[in-house]
Design a protein around this ligand. Structure first.
Ligand code: SF4
Length: 325
């Protein structure tokens, strides 16, 4: 949960998640959408899916136990070198060094590592492993991560006593970058890829009872989440594409009711997504809905998991309604 999300956001969600899924077996047995609902708002939903897949693998192992071997740990979906080393060292006191972004920064400064060695590559892992205290691997790994998080900060590392309560750094006497007065040079910056712009239209379509039409998303982003109808915007001709394409025939969008409520922006990894949000009415024919579609009240929507994109779109809808009075 902490991989891309702030501690304050995660703290209450973590407790609730563990209460809902106290064991790997419980997580493995849960439906994917139930897990996603407990993940809602944390973003990067692929993590939740991988966690559930990983739990299935662990639950099927003898005794439902997490493996003690790093290769077997890394074979679990969602477990990479960092997580494997963290779990094995912290939970089982096994001698595997962790290299996350914080540790990589400390190592880059301790040894003046030049690119490509400033990232958690083979050299950084080798150095981290060589430094590891085999008698206390879990404590050592956590100390290295904390050193990076609290003292060896990305800007303004507290190498010497600073009066901020963060310094002095306990390894300053071994640090080459500090000795050379070049902590600002390490880790060497790498250029960020140019963000990819994506345009799409999001349709908040409600039936006569005010229920929102959601579909199991088959858009390239947030796959398999329940979301309002989203369609890529490939041709920017105002009005010409305002009826969402590829809806089953039983849903009849009341074209005269469609209006643009606003625009929202959202960033997913390297993609900057701009969405035009439309509101409108939809009639649904009789009989059960196709399996990929639901008509839900706002309360039911919360149970499906509300992504940040949906939250932003609903805020645009409310703001537009307020403007109209
Ligand atoms: S001396 Fe400074 S640059 Fe070196 S590891 Fe410590 S905080 Fe980081």
């Amino acid at each position: 949960m902490l991989q891309q999300t702030r501690v304050e956001t995660v703290r209450p969600r973590y407790s609730a998640f563990l209460a809902a899924f106290p064991t790997p077996a419980a997580l493995a047995a849960a439906r994917e959408e139930t897990v996603l609902a407990h993940w809602s708002g944390l973003g990067y939903y692929a993590r939740a899916r991988r966690l559930r897949s990983g739990a299935s693998v662990v639950a099927e192992r003898p005794g439902g136990a997490f493996p003690r071997d790093p290769a077997a740990a890394r074979a679990i979906p969602g477990i990479g070198p960092y997580t494997a080393a963290a779990v094995l060292s912290i939970s089982f006191d096994l001698p595997y060094a962790v290299v996350d972004g914080n540790v990589a920064r400390v190592l880059a400064r301790l040894y003046c590592l030049e690119p490509p060695h400033d990232r958690p590559g083979a050299r950084a892992r080798m150095l981290a492993q060589a430094l590891l205290d085999p008698a206390h691997p879990g404590d050592h790994n956590q100390a290295m991560m904390e050193l990076g998080a609290l003292v060896c900060l990305p800007t303004g590392p507290a190498c010497t006593a600073t009066g901020t309560g963060r310094g002095p750094c306990p390894v300053a006497e071994y640090c080459r970058a500090h000795a050379a007065g070049m902590t600002h040079r390490y880790p060497a910056r790498r250029s960020r890829p140019t963000p990819v712009k994506v345009q799409a239209r999001l349709f908040l379509l409600r039936d006569r009872k005010g229920r929102l039409l959601v579909e199991k998303n088959h858009w390239q982003f947030l796959p398999r989440l329940w979301l309002p109808v989203i369609r890529p915007e490939t041709i920017d001709v105002p009005g010409a594409l305002d009826v969402p394409a590829a809806l089953p025939a039983r849903f009849r969008v009341r074209v005269d009711s469609l209006c643009e409520a606003g625009r929202v922006e959202h960033t997913i990894t390297n993609h900057r997504i701009r969405l035009r949000v439309f509101t409108g009415l939809v009639d649904s024919g009789p009989g059960p809905l196709p399996g990929e579609y639901l008509l839900v009240t706002d309360a039911e929507l919360a149970g499906l998991g509300r992504s940040s994109i949906l939250e932003k779109a609903l805020r645009a809808e409310h703001a537009a309604a307020a403007r109209r009075g």
